[in-house]
Design a protein. Structure first.
Length: 336
């Protein structure tokens, strides 16, 4: 049983968006059969949190948001094997998706509709915690899960990225894009990124990107015509999509995992089937892929890029930074 009966948490209720965030107390969770309780050391923010909060109504049940986190197991429920109290763990955020081939209609994710990681403690199915990579600090492990899993599946499971291929990442700066840059470089790919921000372009070059282009420039003026793009990792959608046709090679792949500029997409069908472009959708990832991603991160000693660190009580300010698109990398929340 937990010693404390209440914990500090970020709770969303009463209003849409950031206005509904409160730093408050709530009952400390307990472990049921097949579950564990993790005392969190650090958590991370994702754009998904903003989308969820913007869709919630005042009538919805209060929710603790957050999908990323790492900490120490403090309670183990009945029927839980191979996990012990005191174990250092990282949270796998996808619920109920065990095998990669068994794709759900919509993946269940920690932090909506179930309570998430922006709290001192969280209860999870035992299958959703795995040993923390030893080379990562608590802050680095706390921001890894959701974005790194999304990037890994998009690049390798769905995109089939290979060494020597040319990857284009439009809109560098967010967590998934940053992990994709680091993973693709480790895989031996050539990586071109784009951003409206000169600062973000410079940071991407510092991390190893081969080219960094202005999002609104004519990419053909600066991209070598003899090095067309093999894969485009798209999270923007309709605003950027018309620019892809001129830089992607025949037979190339566009892997789509977001739609920050809107869901509606209008394009000439012939621009897809004549050059035989593959449009590939992806979202999150399975537990199998999460294990593979952790192995990849450990093998290549990849470390998250941490943009900024906020204490739990200042989570609203952290979300404001994310909402303005100011960050490069991940925004971390510390519980200690």
């Amino acid at each position: 049983m937990n010693v404390s009966k209440t914990m500090n948490a970020i709770i969303h209720s009463g209003h849409r968006g950031l206005e509904g965030l409160q730093y408050s107390t709530c009952p400390t969770p307990e472990a049921g059969p097949g579950q564990v309780v993790v005392e969190l050391s650090a958590a991370g923010l994702n754009h998904r949190d903003l989308f969820i909060m913007s869709d919630r109504t005042p009538q919805d049940t209060p929710l603790i948001p957050g999908s990323d986190g790492a900490g120490i197991v403090v309670e183990v429920g009945e029927d839980v094997q191979h996990i012990s109290i005191g174990q250092e763990v990282i949270i796998h955020p996808t619920l109920g998706w065990e095998h990669t081939a068994e794709v759900p209609v919509v993946p269940g994710i920690v932090g909506g509709p179930s309570h998430g990681t922006l709290a001192q403690n969280i209860t999870l199915p035992a299958s959703n915690v795995l040993p923390k990579p030893e080379h990562l600090s608590w802050l680095e492990a706390g921001v890894l899960s959701l974005s790194a899993l999304t990037a890994y599946r998009a690049l390798f499971t769905r995109g089939g990225l290979k060494a020597g291929e040319h990857l284009l990442i439009p809109g560098i700066g967010g967590g998934v894009a940053t992990y994709a840059l680091l993973m693709a470089l480790a895989a031996g790919a050539k990586v071109t990124v784009t951003s409206r921000s000169e600062v973000k372009r410079a940071e991407a070059l510092r991390l190893g990107a081969h080219q960094a282009l202005d999002s609104h420039a004519d990419w053909n003026d600066t991209m070598n015509s003899d090095e067309p793009v093999d894969i485009i990792l798209d999270s923007i959608g309709q605003v950027m999509f018309p620019k892809y046709e001129s830089v992607i090679r025949p037979g190339g792949r566009i892997v789509m995992f977001g739609a920050s500029s809107g869901d509606d997409l209008h394009l000439p069908i012939r621009s897809i089937f004549f050059p035989q472009i593959s449009l590939i959708g992806t979202s999150m990832g399975s537990r199998e892929e999460f294990v593979q991603m952790l192995d990849w991160v450990d093998k290549h000693k990849i470390r998250p890029v941490i943009d900024s660190i906020y204490p739990l009580q200042n989570t609203a300010q952290a979300f404001e930074r994310m909402e303005k698109g100011e960050q490069f990398g991940n925004i971390a929340i510390t519980m200690r």
